[in-house]
Design a protein around this ligand. Sequence first.
Ligand SMILES: Cc1cc2nc3c(=O)[nH]c(=O)nc-3n(C[C@H](O)[C@H](O)[C@H](O)COP(=O)(O)O)c2cc1C
Length: 536
Amino acid sequence: MKAKVRAVSDIDMEKFRLRRFVDRLIDLDEVEVHPEPVPLTGLSTIVERTPKAVLFKQAGPEQVEIAAKTAGSRKRLAAAFATSEDRLGEEYFKRLANPQPLVQVPSGEAPVHEVAITGSDVDLTKLPFHPQHAFDGSCYMSAAIDYTIDPASGRRNVGSRRLSLRNRYEAGTNVTAPSDLKRIYQACVARGERLPITFTVGVHPLDFFAATTRLPGDELSLIAAFRGEAAAVVKSLTNDILVPADAEMTLEGYLDERGYVEPEGPYGEYMGYYGAIHMDPVFHCTAITMRRDALHHTLLHGSAFVLDQTDSANITAVRTEAEAMRILRATVREPVAVHLRSVAGGSNTLRVAIRQRMLGEARMAIAALFGGIIRLKHVYVFDEDIDVCDDRQVDWALGTRFQADQDLVVLQGMMGMTMDPSLNGRRTGAKAGFDCTKPFGRDGEIPLTRSGAKVFKGPARFQTVEQALGSGPMFYADIVEAIGSDDGREVACALDALRQDGRLCRDRDGRYHLQPSPPGVTGIVGQLYRDPNEGT
Ligand SMILES: Cc1cc2nc3c(=O)[nH]c(=O)nc-3n(C[C@H](O)[C@H](O)[C@H](O)COP(=O)(O)O)c2cc1C
């Protein structure tokens, strides 16, 4: 798809700029603002220690403004999609299914080209690359989105890759994990060609959804699709790549033809461990462009124990939940809810609630999810009465509805995420599904019924216990409610009077029945539950 060139007048270049989004987050009380000067070495601890997004007003010696963690919570992502947190998954697919046009604007009308630094004036060392994790290999710019064109096919690719500072004109980047960029770049290296690339830094969270959604077709158009309206793009000054014209900054250049020649990393990764040092390509910067009032951007990435506050975990969680719901709708009759536990890193652990209509549906769900989403490692399936976002309910169901010898599904030799240190270098590993649903088809049995306080509601429907039981068998508290008592003790005594009179029975679940019994003894209707260990 080609972008049309037209005047900018009908596209609002401020609407999706990062600065505007940060203002919105400030209105939502989602931002911790630091007006004081903060050295570059001080940024990451501040970002790691608050659950909020952060706005530094005077960062580093250049005293630049930097926003951090703008996509680090569901609330912030809901703000980005202009929807509610529970509708994020639906909104993700709705936008993906509704392509929007790209509109190419001339450089003179692109806010991101307001300042252009080219040739020998380029100086990456003046940008706020900053130390992030204790054992990282350099200082990093972690909020970069990369744009390339596959020279073999003309297909436009968008991804997100970090940059590590090397010198004025060069940065390291990480193209190690399997990706479209890796495939495109390796083919260039095999042909002895460099690969032109432009990074944007400082963009709306929606652009990260475009970067992390992998499509066989043109990925640049995803920028407009996720925004839900036409997006303005501009051609880079020193290569042919189109990028969003409303970004805060771009870094143009190329990955050189030498291939994987320089060590990059270690770097604190999305699973809360360090990704090892490995050989990677070198990015050569040929131009830096930015808005006059550019707002710089950084992310929280590899902070163990607060991974659920990282930008990538939240972005991945929304995508994964949306994909999981789509798979479940095609597999089981009534999926109810999905919840990705991003504290476990990336998309390791998914909780699912279903209304099980047929025996075996929980296992169908487990098999389908592992077949459809490679990055899942543990799937927990619950009944519809469990709120999968509530840890207490989930632990309760795991402790009371799960038997490891019957309800654990282990699949071996499955594709895993290479970053998972528990794989210990293997390419494949195990997936585990936990069927935490109740025994099927036994609803209403009292030993399988969730216990809790009775909420009594009026008004009285009967005047006496005998009249109440005359309408049918009842549980004790239901009798108390039925006669409108706010006490309950007199009901126990009235039941005893019926017992003495030889007119009281009980069934296996504990309901009282108005039926003949030996005077002074409670009769038993049917059979009581038996302890299987008890002799007959
Ligand atoms: C904040 C963030 C940073 C990321 N950094 C990297 C990275 O440095 N290297 C990498 O291979 N993938 C990284 N990813 C994941 C890729 O961007 C993602 O797999 C993407 O779909 C790859 O795009 P592609 O296959 O179209 O090239 C990152 C994702 C996010 C959200």
